[in-house]
Design a protein around this ligand. Structure first.
Ligand code: CO
Ligand code: ZN
Length: 327
């Protein structure tokens, strides 16, 4: 599983530009679904047919990642950027960005008179080695992801875009592990989550499932003097979402997760996240409403280039979802 995780997290795919990630996943799941299609917005939807006795279930993990988009190129060839999703300039300075064609740039920062201030994106620029507008290899409107390779430390995997390629990897893992299920299952690899759950909104509307489950990362404030208190730690199992700023999980879905984890002795944690939202919100509020919940992978340093997850949490998430869906 680590091989596909590495490929996924190192792929280029800021919101609205998910094609490289989609191609990777498509190749990986080709033999695992009864039907695979890409919808108008670019969501990849894989359908696995049940035996007619189950429910209609949608699982969703988003393919897109945070990034930046070029808004202006100055006459010395330096780029100015707008954010795609909620990046944090503090983590970005002197980091690198990568465009779709592989062009790499360094993120620099203007002088800042008050050194105690956190940098803002308007003070950042990207240096792609151009000397002017003419020889600049990128154009206004081109999007870039942050650039970093995956590494393994202890039992942890560290990379950019664990949010939410790790969710995509979990869905792929479930597709591989789930030989038979009574349920009609739609595995949705969604687009544009980071800019407002847009892909899940339209795919949920089109599929209209009875039950919806998102797989995404959640905060893991178990580091020194973390900014908020949550009962979630790295390596203690996937987190069953109870609440975030966008959704109260349906008690039925939450209990289904807890009961399955208890029965199968899979470690789990309970997540009450004071901010954030996932594709589960879009599923829950589609049409006349869908029972929805979310299984989360605890992740330190979310929305940085060193998003850190525990490999055992990832494996346990696959186990738990597979155990839920097998009957
Ligand atoms: Co995110
Ligand atoms: Zn996410």
């Amino acid at each position: 599983m680590k091989k596909i995780i590495k490929q996924l997290v190192e792929a280029y795919g800021p919101s609205g530009h998910e094609e490289q990630v989609r191609a990777l996943i498509k190749k990986e799941i080709r033999a695992l679904a009864d039907e695979i299609r890409t919808d108008t917005l670019g969501n990849l939807i894989a359908f696995k047919k049940g035996n007619g006795k189950g429910r209609r279930i949608m699982l969703s993990a988003h393919m897109d990642e945070i990034g930046v988009i070029v808004s202006y190129i100055d006459n010395k060839g330096f780029l100015r950027i707008n954010p795609i999703g909620g990046g944090q300039p503090l983590y970005e300075v002197t980091g690198r960005v990568r465009f779709a064609d592989g062009t790499t740039g360094v993120i620099g920062m203007e002088k800042q008179d008050d050194q105690s201030k956190i940098p803002v994106i308007d003070k950042l620029f990207v240096d792609v080695g151009a000397t002017g507008r003419k020889d600049c290899p990128v154009k206004v409107g081109d999007a870039a992801c942050f650039d970093r390779q995956m590494v393994e430390t202890g039992g942890n995997l560290i990379a950019k875009s664990m949010d939410d390629r790790i969710g995509c990897a979990v869905l792929i893992g479930v597709m591989k592990a789930l030989k038979n299920s009574p349920h009609d299952i739609y595995f949705v690899f969604s687009v544009q989550e980071e800019v407002g759950l847009r892909g899940a909104t339209t795919s949920a509307f089109g599929i209209l499932p009875e039950l919806g489950i998102a797989v995404d990362v959640t905060a893991c404030p178990d580091t020194p003097e973390a900014p908020h208190k949550m009962a979630v730690e790295l390596g203690k199992g996937p987190a069953i979402k109870i609440k975030d700023a966008g959704m109260l999980a349906a008690p039925k879905i939450k209990d289904w997760m807890i009961e399955t984890a208890e029965r199968r002795r899979i470690p789990y944690q309970l997540e009450v996240l004071p901010f954030g939202a996932t594709d589960a919100r879009a599923m829950q509020t589609t049409q006349s409403g869908v029972l929805s919940g979310c299984l989360s992978i605890p992740c330190r340093y979310v929305h940085s280039t060193s998003e850190t997850v525990s490999y055992s949490d990832v494996q346990n998430a696959v186990k738990l979802l597979t155990a839920m869906l097998v009957k």
